[in-house]
Design a protein around this ligand. Structure first.
Ligand SMILES: *Cc1c(COP(=O)(O)O)cnc(C)c1O
Length: 393
């Protein structure tokens, strides 16, 4: 009997990626001061971070974290159901529910685990899961792991979603969508999708990882702008605009009660360190109440979009902090990214399979921590980088 050597197969896949010049590389950041970072001894302006509000190094969060660690220690020491759940977690869950206008909320250790847990708890083999083509990998993996029929619809296209739902009219159905799409920055047509779910008797799930803290009048995101009855499953993360780590699902008491029993990535994992819950609690106060900080981010977004239009740089229709510059081939995107790095900017190229082949891009992300001068300098550098990269490719 001869079996394939699975380690050799992995190495061959790696070699193939290397030949295509598609290898991902881990870069070690040596210093961070807001959006100023140091890599390989070189100072760079960071336009790749998800720290949209500049909270990751905020004194109030550092203070909350260190005080809580002094009080509780570091690890939660157990899963939530086995003695890992502290007052800090409970207080954060209550605050998240209130902020998002939901009855209850439940913490998960990461967004990836939240999506995996929700989809596998809700869906069974005879069910249907319908998702936007550009949804985050964790939603796709969750649907696959659930064993339900999995159908994807054209990006942000409610009519295409309707066709997919109607293909199995008698199956239990969940429609899942990113609120803000992580590689494009645009917002899903949430009101239309909610109306569709109502007529199709499907359940709507929104992943608002990139909307929370950024969009909505009190920063509660684009998912929370819909009432609980229209968007019954709302998920978002605490590691992006909120500057901490972890994630939550918010919804009805009966949803949360069910997840506590059946979401395996909640049940069988160590609770988030309680001091991180305290830090996230402090982050919400700022994200919710500091209108000026959110407005500053919106000013940078507007400045970047206006500036790009003025120098002929095409952008996608994104109102969020994610402002990708489409390049095309992987080579051209890499070349542009390398040029920007020599000019002092960290803007990684996003290539297939993270985005569809032929749509490689520079994923520029903006933050309230950027100054007007930072954004102006990036625009100048892009205006030089893009013609070179496209010419070379
Ligand atoms: C980042 C992200 C996740 C995963 O969240 P983590 O807490 O980083 O695991 C899930 N969904 C979307 C849309 C994301 O952008």
């Amino acid at each position: 009997m001869s079996r394939p050597d699975i380690l050799a197969r992995l190495a061959a896949a790696h070699a193939h990626r290397a030949r295509e010049d598609l290898l991902r590389r881990v870069r070690t950041i040596e210093r961070v001061d807001g959006c100023r970072i140091v890599i390989d001894g070189k100072a760079l302006l960071n336009f790749a971070s998800n720290d949209y509000l500049g909270l990751a190094q905020h004194p109030a969060l550092r203070d909350a974290l260190t005080k809580a660690a002094a009080h509780w220690g570091v690890g939660a020491t157990a899963a939530h159901l086995l003695g890992g759940h502290r007052q800090e977690h409970a207080a954060l869950e209550e605050k998240l529910a209130r902020w998002t206008g939901r009855e209850r909320a439940l913490l998960f250790s990461t967004g990836y685990m939240a999506n995996l847990g929700v989809l596998t708890a809700l869906l069974r083999e005879d069910d249907l899961c319908v998702q936007d083509k550009l949804n985050h990998a964790s939603l796709i993996d969750g649907a696959r792991a659930s064993g339900a029929q999995f159908k994807r619809y054209r990006h942000a296209d409610a009519a295409s979603a309707q066709q997919q739902l109607q293909s199995l009219p008698a199956a239990g159905a969940l429609l899942a969508t990113d609120g803000v799409f992580s590689m494009d920055g645009d917002v899903a047509p949430l009101a239309e999708l909610a109306a569709l779910c109502k007529t199709q008797h499907a359940t709507l799930m929104i992943d608002d990882a990139h909307g929370i803290g950024v969009l909505g009048a009190d920063g509660a995101g684009c998912g929370a702008a819909l009432p609980q009855e229209d968007a019954p499953v709302l998920m978002a993360t605490l590691g992006k605009a909120l500057g901490v780590a972890g994630a939550f699902v918010a919804g009805s008491a009966r949803l949360i009660d069910g997840l506590v029993q059946f979401a395996r990535s909640y049940v069988y994992t160590t609770a988030l360190p309680p001091a991180l819950a305290t830090a996230a609690n402090a982050a919400i106060d700022i994200a919710r109440d500091d209108d000026e900080r959110r407005a500053r981010l919106q000013q940078r977004i507007a400045q970047f979009r206006d500036g790009a239009a003025a120098c002929g740089i095409a952008l996608l229709p994104s109102p969020s902090a994610i402002q990708p510059v489409l390049i095309g081939t992987s080579d051209a995107a890499l070349s542009a990214s390398r040029y920007l790095e020599t000019a002092g900017f960290y803007v990684p190229a996003i290539r297939a399979p993270t985005v569809p082949a032929g749509s490689a891009r520079l994923r520029v992300t903006l933050s309230a921590a950027h100054t007007e001068g930072d954004v102006a300098r990036l625009l100048d550098a892009l205006a030089l980088a893009l013609p070179r990269a496209r010419g070379a490719a």
